[in-house]
Ligand binder design. Structure first.
Ligand SMILES: C/C=C(\C)C(=O)SCCNC(=O)CCNC(=O)[C@H](O)C(C)(C)COP(=O)(O)OP(=O)(O)OC[C@H]1O[C@@H](n2cnc3c(N)ncnc32)[C@H](O)[C@@H]1OP(=O)(O)O
Length: 718
């Protein structure tokens, strides 16, 4: 709703009231219509201030409404009425003015922002464009290049930047509404024609066409298949080229296409999925709202390899006190230099002082005696990690939470090395740990709800999207990756090339295909794991060389590793590079003839494989494992899996994550194709459709937000 009052004698005050972010729901829009009418018809009122309650101006349109039938007065005429008003309208921006919130403010004649406010047009991140006049007013106000930047990226700007760009007229450290009222009093009765942004022409630019061509090319490259950023450029182009009314028509037309698109649905799903994962629950009944985290001020990081360094940086940047331990002096010195460099570069980017004093460097594990929480980040080796946990159990003060940064190892085995298994959880960071947003927080069977809640809270504090997952080999992300990679290997055996597989996946929207990713992260990583599992030993030729434990196995990765081809770091892998450490992959004739010989040696007759088969086999095998993870209760819901893939594995955001994507494709189709491929490859268990997928299809393929009901029913029957 919106509340109306009159203050300082002649200023009408309209307050948006719709917690938590004063989103522009139908009720709020109606409230604005009514209160603006009241203010304009009240002869005592000479000017008007619009603000939001609880220090928040407005978070934009109510995103929840997009999924249903929109009702209530539309936003565009409301903003037009505000702009056309014959009394000065002043927006008092505290907290945030985002999307429709900023568009509302742009309809006002003046804008005052609090110094801590953030402003932006993030519609593009929801698969939309600023279609309440934002795409037409912003370029008229701040010029085409700056508007293109804000509208195509959706980035938020600070009040200071907004002032510099000319989005706001004034920034204050004091009470924003008071300052806005003062301004409103001072401009009452003054002419308003020059304050109506829709009447402006975009600031002139020479060479507009080349500018738009260049921007469009850049945006297309960055968007990798996303349609909203392209539409945003087209809308701004209309602002530059057309009179306002025609520009608005174009904005409406472009929005109509986006609004009903699958991409917008996926991005809006992902917005709510990100928020849903913070409301975690476990199969044993622990929940986010009944578990109290303990405050964490001092954290230790054990091991200063690549991961440990990134974790230490992330913690220090969030203002935590960090005690690092690296027993090898040389490594410790190198790490100190590297970490300081990372902190300095990060601080420079953010325009703050580097938090160098937040970190101490130690070679003795005794240094962690008084920390609240430890993150062990030593080499991925169970024996080594066990030893560290035994030491921690002795050294740390009672009650210290003990966390392991592992990508796949059994958290429970580590917990059993300590006297307090209830205080042990996994924290699976993604490299580079100070950059990547994802954190899998792994609870073992003995982890206490408080330990899980504390790790989740710490993840949030350091800016991670944290997802609680159960303890199993590879947790969620890496467990699902296994069948995906396996299919890619099999496709090579059957006739595909790394180039073909990667192209199909990149056209789907991944920034890198699986073979390029493998070269980047190092083929030796998976080789070490396979050797540890007893899978990678060389076997005789013939069929048995490609069977392990009764199932199909491809030794291709192992064979490359035996040749010392570890990927980028050795300059050779699935592709070749100009030098060890080179970044640009190119097709490798050696690999192609090796593959040919390999197929001949194993009696494999290559056949033509198209992009559709690549996508179906790689992605549906991955999705099938996702359903198994839900079946096993390792992830609480499809949102958890989707968020993990969106933030940790480069899944294209406009496809919403693998589980959402399965729903978009249609569960019956996914089931049908898996059945088809399993029939063709009965020695590949990952292709066998799992029970939950069958159950969902049998239940009429409900939408993704209803899957939890089916999962619950399935669990109650198991
Ligand atoms: C056409 C399209 C037009 C005109 C638009 O305006 S599209 C919407 C543009 N606005 C946005 O994209 C803003 C989205 N919101 C955010 O970026 C953030 O929520 C925030 C910066 C506004 C606040 O962040 P934070 O303090 O971290 O809080 P949460 O993100 O956890 O949000 C709190 C709860 O509010 C719900 N929320 C937030 N914004 C909206 C919204 N625009 N519509 C509906 N609901 C919104 C959010 O889901 C959280 O809900 P719960 O999880 O607590 O139930």
């Amino acid at each position: 709703m919106a509340q109306y009052s009159r203050i300082s004698g002649s200023v009408g005050l309209i307050t948006l009231k719709s917690p938590p972010v004063n989103a522009l729901s139908a009720v709020v829009r109606q409230g604005i219509v009514d209160t603006v009418e009241k203010a304009l018809s009240d002869p005592k009122v000479k000017s008007v201030v619009i603000c939001g309650q609880n220090g928040i101006f407005c978070g934009g349109a109510d995103i929840k409404e997009f999924a249903g039938n929109m009702s209530g007065p539309p936003l565009v005429p409301i903003i037009h009425a505000i702009e056309a008003a014959n009394k000065p309208m002043v927006a008092a921006i505290e907290g945030i003015a985002l999307g429709g919130g900023l568009e509302l403010a742009l309809g006002c004649h003046y804008r005052v922002a609090h110094a801590k406010a953030r402003l932006g047009l993030p519609e593009v991140t929801l698969g939309l464009l600023p279609a309440a006049g934002g795409s037409q007013r912003l370029p008229r106000l701040i010029g085409v290049p700056a508007a293109l930047d804000l509208i195509t990226t959706g980035r938020h700007v600070t009040a200071a930047e907004a002032l510099q760009l000319g989005i706001v007229d004034q920034v204050t450290d004091h009470k924003t509404v008071d300052v806005a009222v003062k301004l409103a009093l001072s401009v009452a009765g003054k002419p308003l024609d020059a304050r109506r942004i829709s009447t402006y022409l975009c600031p002139p630019l020479s060479a507009l066409d080349p500018l738009f061509e260049e921007v469009m090319q850049k945006v297309r490259q960055r968007a990798r298949g996303a349609i909203a950023p392209i539409a945003c450029v087209q809308a701004v182009r209309a602002a530059a080229a057309l009179p306002y009314a025609q520009g608005m028509e174009r904005e409406k037309e472009l929005m109509a296409t986006l609004f009903t698109s699958g991409q917008a649905r996926a991005l809006q799903y992902s917005f709510f999925a990100q928020r849903a994962v913070s409301k975690w629950s476990t199969p044993s009944g622990a929940r986010w709202d009944t578990s109290t985290p303990r405050p964490v001020h001092k954290v230790a990081v054990i091991g200063l390899g690549t991961m440990g360094r990134g974790i230490a940086v992330a913690l220090a940047q969030a203002g935590l006190s960090v005690v690092t331990v690296e027993p090898q002096e040389k490594q410790l010195m190198e790490a100190k230099q590297a970490v300081s460099g990372m902190l300095e570069r990060g601080a420079k980017k953010r325009g703050v002082a580097p938090p160098l004093n937040n970190i101490t460097y130690n070679s003795n594990i005794q240094a962690v005696a008084d920390v609240d929480l430890v993150i062990e980040a030593v080499f991925e080796d169970m024996a080594l990690k066990k030893k560290v946990f035994q030491q921690l159990s002795v050294v740390c003060k009672p009650g210290t939470f003990l966390c392991t940064n592992t990508s796949a190892l059994d958290v429970d085995q580590l917990a059993s090395q300590t006297r307090t298994p209830e205080l042990v959880v996994g924290m699976h960071f993604f490299a580079p740990a100070n950059v990547m947003k994802l954190l899998e927080v792994v609870y073992g069977p003995r982890s206490s709800p408080q330990a899980l809640a504390t790790a989740m809270q710490l993840g949030k504090k350091i800016g991670k999207v944290s997802v609680a997952v159960g303890n199993c080999r590879g947790f969620v992300g890496n467990r699902m990756l296994k069948p995906y990679i396996e299919q890619a290997f099999f496709l090579l055996e059957e006739g595909a090339t790394p180039e073909l597989v990667d192209r199909a996946l990149e056209e789907f929207g991944f920034s890198m295909g699986i073979f390029k990713v493998s070269d980047l992260s190092g083929l030796d990583v998976g080789w070490r794991v396979r050797k540890g599992d007893g899978l990678a030993e060389p076997r005789a030729t013939g069929q048995s060389a490609r069977i392990r434990e009764g199932r199909r196995y491809s030794p291709l990765g192992d064979l490359l590793c035996e040749q010392g081809r570890f990927g980028q770091k050795t300059g050779r892998g699935w592709y070749q590079y100009s030098k060890p450490g080179g970044r640009e992959p190119s097709s490798d004739p050696w690999f192609h003839s090796f593959l040919k010989e390999y197929r001949a040696k194993h009696g494999l007759v290559p056949r033509a494989i198209d992009h559709q088969e690549v996508l179906e086999r790689c992605l549906y095998a991955l999705i099938n494992e996702g359903f198994r993870i839900l079946e096993d209760g390792i992830a609480a819901g499809p949102e958890d899996i989707d968020v993990i893939y969106l933030f940790g594995y480069g899944w294209p955001s406009y496809r919403g994550g693998p589980m959402f994507y399965a729903g978009m494709v249609g569960l019956p189709k996914v089931l049908d194709r898996l059945e088809h491929y399993y029939q063709a490859h009965p020695d590949v268990p990952y292709l066998q459709p799992c029970t939950l997928l069958r159950r969902l299809v049998a239940s009429g393929s409900p939408p993704v937000h209803k899957w939890r009901e089916v999962i619950k029913k399935l669990h109650s029957q198991l």
